[in-house]
Design a protein. Structure first.
Length: 123
């Protein structure tokens, strides 16, 4: 089943905003190694995926110099913002977003929370 990113993100925001206090940024930095094959934590340095520097609080599909899939471009135009809930949904289910090539799924909830805590430090 293909799920629209914006619709799935909105639904998730309503049920998931309270469960992110436990993230451990140091543990998340170690988990980031899974992302580092395609992403960097450096500002404006894109690889196969966009830089994740400043991702938390940023509108979807706006990293400078990166060409996004139509699905992510639509999400950005629809006002989707990367926050704890949308990142959690993405890390768990990105393969369900039509037209997106994202190979990593992080099924372990604690690791997702830790990774998101780390991403929040990238400012």
């Amino acid at each position: 089943m293909v799920v629209g990113f914006a619709a799935a993100g909105v639904a998730l925001v309503m049920v998931a905003t309270a469960c992110f206090a436990a993230g451990d940024a140091k543990a998340g930095q170690k988990t980031f190694v899974l992302c580092a094959a395609c992403h960097t934590a450096e500002k404006n340095k894109n690889m196969a995926g966009p830089s994740l520097f400043g991702i938390v609080g940023r509108k979807a599909a706006v990293a400078p110099g990166y060409v996004y899939s139509p699905a992510l471009e639509r999400a950005g135009k629809d006002g989707v913002v990367w926050n704890e809930a949308t990142l959690d949904m993405w890390l768990l289910n990105s393969k369900k977003v039509d037209g997106v090539i994202h190979v990593m799924r992080l099924l372990d909830e604690k690791k997702r929370q830790d990774l998101i805590a780390y991403l929040k430090t990238l400012k």
